[in-house]
Design a protein around this ligand. Structure first.
Ligand SMILES: [Ca+2]
Ligand SMILES: [Ca+2]
Ligand SMILES: [Ca+2]
Length: 291
């Protein structure tokens, strides 16, 4: 009886994988065919300007909107602009191809000081050499663009009416090329929350597309490793694909724990000795968002 129940649940997790594969295929079919493999179909997924007031600790996470968008060797960069859209500063040059190249794969760019705030210690894909100045926090604009700055592929502006600069960007990621109006608040820097993309697959307007994370943010690098700003949350142990990482102890973690019953050396084996009843009970006891 137990075994058949496990088989049903394991089957459910296989069907989740199948759903992921179908979505990946659908996304691949929907992808515009003309552009060569590059980095154009990219969104700014999550940003934090400081951690608990430490404004030297900054991180930006990108997300590939389609597959084959990991070819940064072609030359990309991140820039920030002040409240008037002027005085741009290059935060980071993204100048090497990355191995993770599927739809939804993340790219993590962080300052060296960000490492002292994450569990485990962050391993970013690229380093922010020059952080966003504090004077840009009230209102400003972050752009993901090619290395020459001739094309802005994604733009996140903040500060509401306090930002008076350019809000435009490429139509490959926003149908009308208008990424504004800006998100109304400042760039978050005083706590553990990040500004996170909430929209669909492409940009409509920053004001509608972004919100603060409900709790402490979790950042993910291109190797699918998670770095938390809050307390450790080992029960958020499983995902089918990198883009499933959700900072929540939920159904995916539950199903994969059951499907891996008895196995060792897996993340959901919290107390060692193979995945078993104590692991299951621990997971259930911590059900819900990681705090
Ligand atoms: Ca738009
Ligand atoms: Ca989870
Ligand atoms: Ca165990």
């Amino acid at each position: 009886m137990k075994d058949s129940g496990l088989r049903v649940l394991a089957g459910m997790s296989v069907s989740l994988i199948a759903t992921e594969l179908n979505m990946a295929v659908a996304a691949a079919v929907a992808a515009p065919p003309a552009a060569p493999p590059a980095f154009h179909f990219m969104q700014i997924d999550q940003v934090i300007g400081g951690v608990n007031g430490d404004t030297t600790a900054q991180a930006i996470q990108l997300r590939m909107r389609f597959q084959f968008q990991c070819f940064f060797g072609n030359g990309a960069r991140l820039r920030v602009h002040d409240a008037a859209g002027a005085n741009p500063i290059i935060l980071a040059q993204l100048d090497q191809d990355l191995p993770g190249c599927a739809t939804g794969d993340p790219v993590l760019i962080a300052t060296a000081a960000f490492a002292s705030h994450t569990v485990p210690v962050v391993v970013p894909d690229f380093v922010i050499d020059t952080p966003i100045p504090e004077s840009y926090f009230a209102a400003g604009s972050l752009t993901f663009e090619d290395a020459a700055g001739t094309q802005v592929y994604w733009r996140l502006s903040w500060g509401g009416d306090g930002y008076t600069g350019d809000t435009s960007g490429a139509i490959v990621n926003d149908d009308d090329g208008e990424f504004g109006p800006p998100w109304p608040g400042p760039l978050p820097a005083d706590g553990l929350q990040a500004l996170q993309f909430q929209g669909g697959t492409e940009s409509t307007a920053n004001v509608d597309d972004y919100a603060l994370t409900p709790g402490a943010a979790v950042f993910t690098n291109n190797a699918c490793e998670r770095f938390r700003l809050g307390d450790p949350c080992p029960w958020d142990c499983a995902f089918v694909a990198c883009q499933d990482i959700d900072n929540e102890v939920g159904i995916v973690d539950f199903l994969i724990l059951l499907a891996s019953w008895g196995e060792t050396d897996l993340a959901c084996d919290f107390d060692g000795g193979g995945i078993g009843i104590t692991d299951l009970l621990e997971l259930l006891a911590h059900w819900g968002p990681c705090r």
